[in-house]
Design a protein around this ligand. Sequence first.
Ligand code: TUI
Length: 308
Amino acid sequence: MKSAITELLGIEYPIFQGGMAWIAESTLAAAVSNAGGLGIIAGGSAPIDYLREQIRRCKSLTDKPFGVNIMLMSPNAEELAQLVIDEKVPVVTTGAGNPGKFMAAWKEAGVKVIPVIPSVGLAVRMQRAGADAVIAEGTESGGHIGENTTMCLVPQVVDAVDIPVIAAGGIADGRGVAASFMLGAQGVQVGTRFLAAEECQIHPTYKELVVKAKDTDSIVTGRYTGHPCRNVRTKFTKKLASGERDGSLTPDEFEQLTLGSLRKAVQDGNLEEGSFLCGAIAGMITEVKPAKEIIEEMFAQADKLLGK
Ligand code: TUI
């Protein structure tokens, strides 16, 4: 399926695997790239030596393009911004902030830069700063989220910029892909569906939570800290949500409780203290499959719906 994004990046399917912190490592990224999408290694707040090793491992597992996501709130963002240049990573996506100060260096090094944006204003600023495309991410996404929905945000961003727009948030099958294209997007970014990819290295408890989730099983916590986050509804996240609602947890206490909670979910499957980030579409996901099957099924369905 050709689009401005497959042309820009030299990939077969216009799909990015989300750069999910603690989750998106080289095995998953290489599987997605080998299947014709764009696999992405998450920088998160991981040490630079680990990320260098992950980038090199990904290169050894695939000769296809892949990307690195830089979470701009990470203390390592600056070092990682340089690492992707040194390692000649072809594509960078960014999240949780404005990557403006890194843009000139990336452009000069020939890195394709594709920021995640939660608003039209930031999309326009990113286009002006030289972004090659933007990922318009709706509040349906897992993890750290903006306020606007994919359905409302994508067409408004498409109208406001001339560069290609990738839709993200709530997309997990061919219907979501087709809908995104109808809104004017040239590609999609998918996170939650890849949590249930065979190659995804998260704890089995995490995969089971995603596969068993119903439509009402995602919950947003932490609005009052300024960092709202969508997770699987568990005893832990229900406790956070009620502490936030009734004031029994101060924002500081909330931050203390959630410190390290993503690692506890991903590595330990810890239901008592872990934050299992997931998108609002988790309820639609019922099976663990190889990344290649996920992608091929998604685009076969989208092609049919789009009348190709
Ligand atoms: O970044 C994400 N999702 C994430 S990051 C993450 S790890 C984390 N750890 C601690 C605190 C917060 C997160 C888990 N999930 N998605 C991309 C995304 N970017 N969503 C929203 C934004 C965003 C928000 C504000 C992008 C730019 C932005 O700019 C504000 C500005 O500076 O103008």
